[in-house]
Design a protein around this ligand. Structure first.
Ligand SMILES: CC(C)(COP(=O)(O)OP(=O)(O)OC[C@H]1O[C@@H](n2cnc3c(N)ncnc32)[C@H](O)[C@@H]1OP(=O)(O)O)[C@@H](O)C(=O)NCCC(=O)NCCS
Length: 162
């Protein structure tokens, strides 16, 4: 058995304004239409928005984000605005840790329902959401324009937190 020791394990943290360039870069690597740093910043400071980042240390002492989740709450409902992990750090449980922590905070704030939309062809994201208790409640055909210009169906999913 090979034991893999990571000297710079990722930890979860609140996002800061100094993170916006890194967050925009991570987002652009994950989505056909990436967000500019200014769009990330506008959401980051919006009322009701919680942005959590996974940070990883480096030998140079920096602790840059390698993934993030943004959720927006209003009254007892919330939505996942985005979640993305930088390609080199996917498949290590960071997406799950980020969303799990966001759900904990929403639950603490008495949010009862968390919604999101996902492209039905996005296997990784669908598996993550299913694992965390989301159920499909609607589907919107021809919702996304994919990179190949073919329209894709969006699934609306909901997790009940209470
Ligand atoms: C979706 C995303 C955030 C998942 O982050 P991640 O850190 O790689 O996910 P995790 O390592 O926590 O894995 C979560 C689950 O997804 C599964 N998964 C991860 N990558 C997968 C892949 N390429 N194919 C199928 N399942 C995958 C894992 O096996 C795990 O499921 P399990 O608990 O049943 O084993 C990441 O793939 C990403 O940034 N994608 C691009 C942006 C995106 O699509 N965001 C979602 C938009 S709705």
């Amino acid at each position: 058995m090979i034991l893999w020791y990571d000297p710079f394990p990722a930890f979860l943290d609140e996002a800061r304004l100094t993170d916006v360039d890194d967050l925009a870069e991570i987002h652009a690597a994950g989505f056909h239409r990436g967000w500019h740093a200014a769009e990330v910043e506008a959401l980051l400071v919006q009322d009701g928005v919680i942005t959590l980042v996974a940070r990883r240390g480096t030998p140079f002492g920096t602790r840059r984000p390698v993934g993030f989740v943004m959720v927006r709450a209003a009254a007892d409902e919330a939505e996942v605005l985005t979640i993305a992990v930088s390609p080199r750090h996917r498949g290590k449980g960071l997406g799950r840790r980020l969303l799990d922590e966001a759900i904990r905070r929403l639950y603490r704030d008495r949010v009862r329902h968390l919604f999101l939309e996902v492209d039905e062809t996005n296997e990784a994201a669908r598996r993550l959401y299913k694992r965390l208790g989301f159920k499909t409640v609607a589907s919107r055909p021809n919702y996304y324009a994919g990179p190949d210009a073919r329209p894709a169906t969006a699934l609306v999913m909901r997790a009940d937190l209470s």
